[in-house]
Design a protein around this ligand. Structure first.
Ligand code: IVH
Length: 260
């Protein structure tokens, strides 16, 4: 039933780079486009799960929608109680949409496979397919927990105008602090929190740090997402039909255990 719920703003994908040289070329083309160097970057892990939009009305979780084709997604609100990190009630009674990734941690994946096989089902191939299958499953005799990490915050049609205006002006790093203050999980709780960086060299240093920590993380990542942090730089860069021009995924090599 993909296509059930229209997205207020398209859920875009990300373009990729695979080397320091490609990343440097991307920063140069972005600087040319906006007419100056990017003021500040944000650098965060690219979580290997599924994109989800979580709609809150006056602070209460009302709807969960998959990315679908980016324009409209499937209503998976039945899974609300099984996604850790997405509280039923926010710390403030705001009407907002939190976007982010739903995944299974390694421990959640192992648990899901135990429960599934105990119910006569087949093993899930990997945490990503386990999260995808579990999120969409209805009418199962069992539920398995998953984890949400927020990476975006935007207004809805009913958002109070003053808040909607603020959200449009905040830097990505400030939006992430706001998401966390509402009580939603972000990468700030992990060994690889989102950070800001002033220069492309600082970004690359952080990319290397995250890549070095990857094997020890309790969840899968398939790259690092680098975003122009300031709203003004994002607005100047704009978006294409598939991806924003102000963000890029620095892809890491596929790990053997993810090849299935
Ligand atoms: S930002 C408008 N940040 O990667 C920007 N996406 O390949 C779009 N993803 O569909 C998303 N971690 O599901 C963003 N820290 C992160 C992410 C992230 C994982 C996923 C997301 C997106 C896909 C694109």
């Amino acid at each position: 039933m993909e296509g059930d719920v229209p997205h207020t703003v398209a859920m875009l994908s990300l373009d990729n780079v695979f080397s320091p040289e490609e990343f440097t070329a991307w920063t140069a083309s972005l600087a040319r486009r906006i007419g100056h160097e990017v003021e500040r970057f944000s650098v965060e892990p690219k979580l290997d799960g599924l994109a989800i939009a979580a709609r809150y009305t006056r602070g209460r979780l009302r709807r969960l929608i998959t990315r679908g084709d980016g324009t409209a997604g499937e209503d998976v609100s039945h899974a609300m109680g099984t996604v850790e990190g997405l509280p039923q009630e926010l710390a403030e009674p705001v009407t907002v949409e939190v976007r982010g990734e739903v995944l299974m941690t390694t421990a959640q994946f192992e648990h899901a496979n135990e429960v599934r096989t105990a119910h006569g089902g087949q093993l899930f191939a990997n945490p990503r397919s386990a999260a995808a299958g579990s999120l969409r499953a209805r009418d199962r005799a069992y539920t398995v927990p998953m984890t949400f990490f927020g990476y975006g915050l935007l207004p809805l049609a009913d958002t109070e105008p003053a808040l909607a205006g603020q959200l449009g002006e905040l830097a990505h790093s400030d939006l992430m602090a706001q998401v966390a203050a509402y009580g939603v999980n972000t990468t700030a709780t992990t060994p690889v929190p989102g950070v800001t960086a002033e220069t492309a060299e600082q970004v690359m240093a952080r990319v290397k740090e995250i890549a070095a920590l990857r094997a020890e993380l309790p969840f899968g990542i398939d790259g690092i997402v680098i975003k122009a942090d300031l709203a003004a730089d994002q607005q100047a860069a704009g978006s294409g039909t598939r991806a924003p021009r102000w963000a890029i995924a620095y892809k890491l090599p596929v790990l053997p255990q993810n090849q299935s």
